[in-house]
Design a protein around this ligand. Sequence first.
Ligand SMILES: *[C@@H]1O[C@H](CO)[C@@H](O)[C@H](O)[C@H]1NC(C)=O
Ligand SMILES: *[C@@H]1O[C@H](CO)[C@@H](O)[C@H](O)[C@H]1NC(C)=O
Ligand SMILES: *[C@@H]1O[C@H](CO)[C@@H](O)[C@H](O)[C@H]1NC(C)=O
Ligand SMILES: *[C@@H]1O[C@H](CO)[C@@H](O)[C@H](O)[C@H]1NC(C)=O
Ligand SMILES: *[C@@H]1O[C@H](CO)[C@@H](O)[C@H](O)[C@H]1NC(C)=O
Ligand SMILES: *[C@@H]1O[C@H](CO)[C@@H](O)[C@H](O)[C@H]1NC(C)=O
Ligand SMILES: *[C@@H]1O[C@H](CO)[C@@H](O)[C@H](O)[C@H]1NC(C)=O
Length: 604
Amino acid sequence: MASFVSTLLFLLLAVGGIKPAVNQPTEPMCFDWGESSDQGVSVLEGEVGWLSCPLFSHPSVYNYSSTQSTGHNLFWYRLPEGHDLEQPLTYSSRISRDGVRLWLQPSSAADTGLYICMLRNKTSCSKMAMRLSVLRPSKVLRANDCDPPVAWESTRQVIPFQKGGTMDCPDLKEAGKMADNNTTVTVTWYNKCKRPPFVGGNRQLRGVSLRVHIMLGSYEGLYFCTVSYQRRGRPLNFTRSINLSAVNPPGLPKIPTILNPAKEQIFTVKQDSEVRLVCKALLPYLEDTPWDLWWTVDGKTLDKLPDRFSKTNRLLSDDHGDRTEESVLLIQDFSSEDLNREFNCSVKNEEGVQTRRAALQLEVWVPSVELGVGLGATLVLMLLLFIIYHVFWLELLLLYRSWFGTDERHTDDKEYDLYISYARGSEEELFVLSTLRSVLENELGYSVCIFDRDSLPGGTITDETLSFVSRSRRLLVVLGPGYASRGSQALLELQVGLDSMARGGQLRVILVQYQPGGGWGLVRELRSARVVLALVRWQGDKSRDLTSRFWKRLRVELPVRRGGGRGEEGGKGLRLQSQNSTNSQTGLITNSIKHPQKVFQAAA
Ligand SMILES: *[C@@H]1O[C@H](CO)[C@@H](O)[C@H](O)[C@H]1NC(C)=O
Ligand SMILES: *[C@@H]1O[C@H](CO)[C@@H](O)[C@H](O)[C@H]1NC(C)=O
Ligand SMILES: *[C@@H]1O[C@H](CO)[C@@H](O)[C@H](O)[C@H]1NC(C)=O
Ligand SMILES: *[C@@H]1O[C@H](CO)[C@@H](O)[C@H](O)[C@H]1NC(C)=O
Ligand SMILES: *[C@@H]1O[C@H](CO)[C@@H](O)[C@H](O)[C@H]1NC(C)=O
Ligand SMILES: *[C@@H]1O[C@H](CO)[C@@H](O)[C@H](O)[C@H]1NC(C)=O
Ligand SMILES: *[C@@H]1O[C@H](CO)[C@@H](O)[C@H](O)[C@H]1NC(C)=O
């Protein structure tokens, strides 16, 4: 007898050992699906909200009507924030059950937490959890302060341009089921902080709906609707939003088109690398009808091809429902055999299909980097030369002359290097006698003829002037405001000089402008000759330094004088002391270059 009992006990234990998950003898083990992968539900504090048992979001697995027929009951539990023990819900007029739903009429901040719905009959049980967040209205992000706070994402609605459409507040039917029988459900609409009637009369209330008679672009945007009702005498409400957009109306061509690859487009590909082929297509708006954008390789879709072929699709733009979609075909380790494959991109909607082949071409190796560097270096060099020439052309000219210029003293029999003409008794006289003369004679080593100093008393002025000018290599005309009016002697000198130059006598006239706008326009003789004459401008203190532009320009115009050695004439900061200048350069070439500056400019 005892052995029988122990055997029975053993059997019981063994059976128990096979089913260790059974908590209580009367209750089956509950299959836990965990927390729903959905985002959960958000409700505004004080508004109506509801939870739907997530088990039934997959009707092929759990179907409410069929579970009722197999004797299942639905239970709700709650895991408040910060607790780890689930508690059965206590129902009230505020928290109630209706089919698969749990209602909060209204919600309160303390309702936040994890909710578990359990489906159970005598032999089977399963459960699933979902999250509820009750948001404070002040914490909800809003585009405008006057917009009502909304806990839900906005519903999208489209109305074609120039067509009509009706907006209904989402979830309005749910309120109708809950409201007291002898009460009405009301809806309040808002758009851009305004309530109906809207300006223009194109958008009107129709009962609880908002009717748009003719859709315009300015009607696009967010609309808010608050549904209010009474339950057991208690006023309740919830708010939703609708994002209204205009779409291109029907009647326009709706056949999809491939924008890329374009008709004659050729993709350049590299062997043994990753190749990306981009296909872009325009899909005109066609309500919510199906469409597709896909690649085929030799007529096969990608799912029938090795893994090294893959694609990614994305929306590039949405212009009032006309979508530009992109599909990128990615080919790993592109081989030479792939080059012969047929890569086709196709797009399809309800109205038509288009296919285009992507033409491929192997990339020809170009020494692009080397070429680029070489080209860049050449450009930089050219730019450098250009800058050097423009900034230092005077220096370059002087340097050139010091090497190749001819000393005119060896080729003519003139006595003076230059004759200075100026208006006597004028402002510039001091400049001529103190600055110009002393620098030219003492610093630069020129022999200077100044009529008033070098003429002998008693001679005829005209004859002497003629004689002096003809014995000079250059005539330096210092122009000041008084030149035309005061300088009869100066004008004579100028006349003689210009005549001599015109006759081809070895004399050149150089103009030195002592003051800006210094009156040479008034000198009739100069107007016609100005173009062929060199003009050097004195720029006040700026020109005092021997290295300034003024002196360099002047030296270019004056006969060649060599200083202490070769090349020094072009040097900066050089003080030329060359009374006893030596000259060894009397080559034939240099003889022919009378006007080095002109030669230089012609070369540029
Ligand atoms: C649920 O079950 C009922 C009867 O068992 C069936 O008529 C209904 O089509 C089912 N619903 C879904 C969504 O499968
Ligand atoms: C409980 O439900 C299962 C299906 O989930 C069913 O097979 C079983 O017959 C039900 N048990 C009872 C006692 O109705
Ligand atoms: C409302 O009326 C329906 C029948 O028309 C009734 O079944 C329901 O119980 C009523 N509800 C309330 C809250 O009175
Ligand atoms: C609804 O009807 C009930 C009786 O049928 C009444 O007591 C209640 O005041 C009514 N509510 C409204 C809002 O008329
Ligand atoms: C919604 O109900 C709450 C609480 O009763 C109330 O404070 C709020 O003003 C109502 N909102 C609207 C738009 O009626
Ligand atoms: C409304 O929809 C349009 C596109 O249809 C989108 O660009 C816009 O961001 C949406 N606005 C909001 C507030 O969701
Ligand atoms: C690929 O597209 C071209 C037109 O671009 C077409 O002629 C060819 O038949 C297509 N190949 C396949 C396999 O669909």
